[in-house]
Design a protein around this ligand. Structure first.
Ligand code: PMP
Length: 413
């Protein structure tokens, strides 16, 4: 049977975009079954911040499995879980002055978002969640209801309720952020809308096309939420775990969300793990109110603990991510001088937006032929999104950027 007939599905597009059967991967490179090697600047859409099969994490994982460590423990206490909780508190939360409770909502990012939405509604006793146009928060019903993308929402078949999408892009310009719109549209009694149960935001919209919220805008949003007693949820599933430089993408803005969702790179090894972090006073769950079979993945706890110990005990990776981000930004700016494109990003999430329809797709397909995996994003898929592993070397970055530049040149009309 043709392998693509076996693999292809209408809900996933990666195997159509990348007609290869992948076999092995290490660091920033992945190889297909014929041995052709690709630089991977897609990195599992931000899941492989420490590269494929990171050797330090692999050693810990193999040792754990070799010693018959518990692999599945439902919600039971295990030594792997305890080590993870101690490490996340000591290495990550305490040094940042964050006193979040750590909840395991289920294996994926959508599970973390669902738990966050349920919690905000339960804590406030209100229903409506404010989200933003072009946001992406997941495919399950609740997370889709706060996703600001019509094509993805259409997958629900019927209108989605209890969400209120607000424009995101309009408020990102250089003007002083102004939240009068929020007060008029959301809070004014004349609006006829209920007081919101929460606001959910990505500091950089990943799937939405690398739309970067300014620091001042995030601060304004945090203020308006605080003043009006509305829980602020930061969805850090794609932008967290160091993608923008600091571990949490909201740190640079100096804000403290009430709830944070984390997944993708938290296990550091591509193993499913998701967290919903929340203020301790929000712990209103009764036992069993949010449970699930796979909500504590012990092998993932092992690699996550190793990742926190290895990369977040000092600021080496954070600094490297910021300087590598500047390197990528400079290269993209050069491309923009010669081609009809715009660039934007933070740290190691950078986007290149094309005015011409389907140009980003052509660039991604051409780059694939030349040995570079990159994804497109944005409502019209008009943005090439670069998400290299944070551990990518400067030489590898330059190699990938050279391929990107030649793919842009080749697709010039
Ligand atoms: N939130 C954001 C910001 C995401 O980028 C994603 C995944 N792309 C999700 C939520 C959903 O995560 P998952 O696919 O693991 O359910």
């Amino acid at each position: 049977m043709n392998v693509f007939t076996a693999l292809e599905s209408n809900v996933r597009s990666y195997c159509r975009g990348w007609p290869a059967v992948f076999d092995k991967a290490r660091g920033s490179r992945i190889a297909d079954e014929n041995g052709k090697s690709y630089l991977d600047f897609f990195a599992g859409a931000g899941t492989l911040n420490y590269g494929h099969n990171n050797p330090i994490l692999k050693e810990e994982l193999l040792a754990y499995l070799g010693g018959d460590g518990v692999t599945h423990g439902l919600d039971m206490a295990t030594t792997a879980k305890r080590a993870f909780l101690e490490t996340i508190n000591e290495k990550l939360l305490a040094p940042r002055g964050l006193a979040y409770k750590v909840m395991f909502p289920g294996p994926t990012g959508s599970n973390a978002v669902e738990a966050a939405l349920k919690l905000a509604r339960k804590v406030t006793g209100r229903q409506t969640i404010v989200s933003f146009t072009n946001s992406f928060h997941g495919m399950s019903l609740g997370s889709l209801a706060v996703t600001g993308n019509g094509a993805k929402r259409a997958g629900a078949g019927v209108p989605l309720t209890n969400s209120m999408p607000m424009p995101f892009d309009r408020y990102l310009d250089e003007n002083e952020p102004d939240f009068q719109w929020f007060e008029q549209m959301v809070l004014d009694e004349g609006s006829g809308l209920d007081h919101p149960a929460g606001v959910i935001v990505e500091t950089v919209q990943g799937e939405g096309g690398v739309n970067v919220a300014r620091k001042e805008w995030l601060q304004g949003l945090a203020n308006v939420c605080r003043e009006n007693d509305i829980p602020l949820i930061v969805d850090d599933i794609q932008m967290g775990c160091g993608r923008t430089g600091a571990f949490f993408s909201f740190e640079d803005a100096g804000i403290t969300p009430d709830i944070v969702t984390v997944s993708k790179s938290i296990s550091g090894y591509g193993l499913p793990l998701a967290l919903t972090l929340f203020r301790p006073e929000y712990d209103v769950w009764e036992p069993g109110e949010h449970n699930g079979t796979f909500r504590g993945n012990n092998p993932a706890f092992v690699t996550a603990t190793a990742a926190l110990n290895t990369y977040w005990s000092d600021d080496v990776l954070e600094k490297q991510t910021r300087s590598h981000g500047e390197r990528v930004e400079t290269a993209l700016k050069h491309i923009c001088v010669e081609h009809d494109a715009r660039t934007r990003g933070r740290g190691l999430v950078q986007g290149l937006e094309f005015a011409e329809p389907d140009r980003a797709g052509q660039v991604a397909r051409t780059a694939f032929r030349k040995g570079l995996l990159i994804e497109t994003a944005g409502p019209q898929d008009q943005v090439v999104k670069l998400l290299p592993p944070l551990t990518t070397t400067a030489e590898e970055l330059d190699e990938g950027l050279d391929i990107l530049r030649s793919a842009v040149e080749e697709t010039e009309e």
